[in-house]
Write a protein that binds this ligand. Structure first.
Ligand SMILES: [Zn+2]
Length: 472
């Protein structure tokens, strides 16, 4: 057993602890505990420690909670915890603008920051993250424990095929691999020519696991096949695990990745503000992401009433760090849409799960002619039809006052020209079954732009149209 972390906050872990390789669990006691007991014995004490820390060290939370008239002494249960107001992305951005560069929620002196990361800033000013030294050790511990659940062991070697930059996903994976005692192969991505070199290295080194984004793994496979490699035989990954995009939780994308590479495809990840804690993550049985509630406490709440929902409901994700000293997020409104259950998983862990993954990001959702449209639902249809490749785009335009939903989908090399109309009709038909009236544009293989990171597959041109109309 690792050192007992129930009492002390922030928890400290025994850095030399590694379970026996044949153990299913990193920490059997906590992972398989009766959930009601775990709430009381493990999660609540950690939560109270985290709240006290935040109130004492963060001007941001002190002001926010005082204003909301929340007194920490009144919080004695997880139900009481729902009095705490939500934190939004915009609030964090605004706070950083007023208190540059890290905002008023840093909670440690600048000299105690081990690493600085941030968001890419594609949709506004980037958010800066400072990660404290103690947090680095806890991130490593959490990753190791979670990666153990999908089968990573000290004799594995892990190809990390994602950006080593401000983006934290790759760094979190690296920390976990090192803590677990496996071999890290931090290859990176994004440099011209790197994908071609990646496949040569993979064939040579034969790493047993792959980490990256789902888009990138499919792009890499496509290029590998074009260059005469067989991803199944030449690479031989046992496990491919992903974060940064929801694709690995989309059933037909998961199947495509598993068919292409032969290994199991693991979905993980939550949102930049919570990362690199990868606490939504599938185990090796792939029944949807487990919520590792004693590391990051996840809630699913109703979009309108903002109340916590029972299991077997669909709602919005809200997360709370339980062991983060720098920039902790307390009831962070991540805004992703998911569905949660608590039925048993074959692995024996008693954590709730998102059996359908995160299938809608609030940011990604479109409303077209009054219907909610999730790009992941369209992805699932396209990737489930033989003859379509991995790339597609969703373009929404407004002709006069009517929204048009255009799906541009690439067909594969082996599709005969004569089959194209039939394939187009099949896709339109299946999308119509989802309630979506679309215009499908059949694209030649290779005509849409490829990505080595996160794909931008949905483009909303309606604002552009409105602007032109206004100017005209
Ligand atoms: Zn499981």
């Amino acid at each position: 057993m690792p050192a007992n972390q129930f009492e002390k906050w922030p928890p400290e872990y025994d850095q030399s602890y590694i379970p026996s390789p044949d153990s299913e669990y990193w920490n059997r006691e906590i992972e398989t505990m009766d959930p009601v007991e775990r709430d009381k014995k493990v999660i609540l004490p950690k939560l109270l420690g985290q709240l006290r820390w935040a109130y004492d060290n963060s001007e941001f939370y002190r002001k926010k909670w005082d204003k909301a008239k929340v007194n920490l002494r009144d919080i004695r249960s997880l139900a009481d915890f729902e009095q705490i107001p939500f934190v939004t992305k915009d609030e964090i951005r605004q706070d950083q603008k007023e208190h540059p560069p890290f905002g008023s929620n840093l909670c440690v002196p600048r000299k105690d920051i081990a690493r600085i990361h941030g968001t890419s800033g594609t949709t506004g000013k980037p958010t800066a993250f400072g990660i404290g030294k103690g947090d680095i050790a806890r991130i490593a511990e959490a990753h190791a424990r979670i990666m153990w659940s999908f089968g990573m062991r000290p004799d594995d070697s892990v190809f990390i095929g994602s950006f080593f930059s401000l983006y934290m996903g790759s760094w979190g994976a690296l920390l976990g691999v090192e803590r677990l005692g496996a071999t890290a192969f931090p290859f990176g991505a994004g440099v011209p020519g790197q994908t071609d070199r990646a496949m040569e290295w993979m064939k040579e080194i034969r790493p047993t696991m792959f980490y990256g984004t789902p888009s990138y793994s499919l792009y890499l496979a496509e290029r590998a096949l074009a260059r005469g490699f067989d991803p199944l035989k030449d690479f031989g990954f046992r496990v491919l695990f992903f974060s940064g995009e929801p694709g690995a939780g989309v059933p037909s994308t998961k199947k495509r990745i598993e068919d292409t590479y032969g290994g199991i495809c693991i979905d993980s990840g939550s949102t930049a503000e919570m990362s690199p804690w990868m606490t939504d993550c599938e185990c090796r049985f792939r029944q949807g992401m487990h919520l590792w509630q004693d590391i990051v406490y996840a809630e699913l709440v109703d979009r309108e009433t903002r109340k916590r929902l029972p299991y077997k409901s669909e709602g919005v994700t809200v997360y709370t760090h339980l062991e983060r000293t720098t920039q902790p997020m307390i009831r962070f409104w991540a805004g992703d849409i998911s569905y949660w259950v608590d039925d048993p998983c074959p692995c024996g862990r008693t954590y709730p799960r998102f059996p359908k993954g995160i299938y809608g990001r609030a940011d990604d959702m479109f409303v077209v002619r009054g219907e909610n449209v999730y790009p992941s639902a369209i992805e699932n249809v396209i990737r489930g039809i033989k003859g379509f490749g991995d790339e597609f785009r969703i373009v929404i335009t407004r002709e006069k006052t009517m929204d048009e939903l255009i799906v541009q989908a690439e067909y594969t090399h082996d599709v005969d020209v004569a089959q194209i109309p039939e394939l187009k009709a099949k896709l339109e038909g299946e999308l119509r079954n989802l309630g979506l009236r679309t215009i499908v544009e059949m694209m030649k293989s290779g005509s849409l732009e490829r990505t080595q990171f996160k794909a931008r597959r949905a483009i909303d041109k309606r604002d552009l149209y409105d602007e032109i109309v206004k100017k005209g």
